[in-house]
Design a binder for this molecule. Structure first.
Ligand code: PAF
Length: 284
């Protein structure tokens, strides 16, 4: 077990991980931070919260093939394993679960988790198999690492919401913690995919956060979502980004709302060059 900065255990085998988790659970609370690696400040803040709230922190690194579409970046997704391992050791993470695809999918997966309704909205409309793949792997990670709490970032709002719904409806005994988005100075949400951006694209990408803030201001002033959405889409397009969607939605159903009511999420996805970025703001 972890008795110093460089003693982080690295486990690849799911059965071995389950046996360790069983043993740890006898005396400690396990916190899981599921990641696909290419760790950044957003992941670090999740790990720091996991360290504060639980006794034994497991980070998983797994680039999950079944959540990528055929034309998406599964093969080119950044995999800076040595740097990631060093970050985790420096943070004092107790265990890294780092399976190969063959360990998690020894046979083609035939069992999938899906949430009727939510899986076809927003990102789900464009990334057809994405959430089915995310929920299925997260359920597997819960069963393998047996956490008391699991930590996710608000940047992936739809993902975090769907994981919460899955956890409730399937009675997983896991507390889902969703923590605020970590941002660059100009507001751009930190993401592993930001490294794909050229300098020019990087500068332009800050329009996403600016458009969310502007939409928030207008929504609070009482302007109708439908006109805010059209205006913000144009603003984003003028910067050279191609919006997949810009919506002001109910925080639970993700269906468009026609006013602020008891709260809303303003949520956006847009392409800049070959990179697809997402962001959101919760408005009370
Ligand atoms: O957000 C991510 O990095 C991934 O979707 C997750 C939750 C680790 C599942 O592969």
């Amino acid at each position: 077990m972890n008795d110093g900065a460089i003693s982080m255990e690295v486990i690849k085998n799911p059965s071995e991980m389950q046996a360790i988790a069983d043993k740890i659970r006898q005396t400690k609370r396990i916190g899981l931070v599921p990641t696909m690696g290419a760790l950044h400040k957003g992941h670090i803040s999740l790990i720091e919260s996991a360290k504060k709230e639980t006794d034994f922190v497991v980070v998983s690194i797994f680039v999950n093939p079944i959540q990528f579409g055929p034309t998406e970046d599964y093969k080119s997704y950044p995999r800076p394993y040595d740097e990631d391992q060093k970050i985790l050791e420096d943070l004092g993470v107790d265990l890294l679960f780092f399976p190969f695809a063959i360990d998690l999918y020894p046979n083609p997966q035939t069992t999938f988790i899906n949430i009727r309704g939510l899986e076809n909205l927003l990102c789900g409309k464009i990334r057809k198999r994405h959430f089915k793949g995310v929920l299925t792997v997260v359920a597997k990670l819960f069963n393998i690492t047996k956490p008391h709490s699991a930590f996710f970032g608000q940047k992936d709002y739809q993902q975090a919401l769907m994981i919460r719904v899955m956890t409730n409806e399937l009675n997983f005994d896991v507390r889902i913690r969703v923590l605020p988005t970590i941002r660059e100075e100009d507001g751009l949400a930190i993401s592993s995919r930001n490294i794909y951006l050229s300098d020019d694209e990087r500068r332009k990408a800050s329009i996403l956060y600016l458009s969310l803030k502007e939409a928030e201001k207008l929504l609070k002033k009482g302007e109708k979502p439908i006109s805010i959405v059209e205006r913000q889409k144009l603003l984003i397009e003028r910067e050279g980004l191609i919006p997949d969607y810009f919506e002001i939605a109910d925080p639970e159903t993700l269906k468009p709302v026609d006013g602020l009511g008891s709260g809303a999420v303003i949520i956006v996805a847009a392409k800049i060059g070959k990179t697809r970025l997402i962001d959101n703001l919760i408005v009370q």
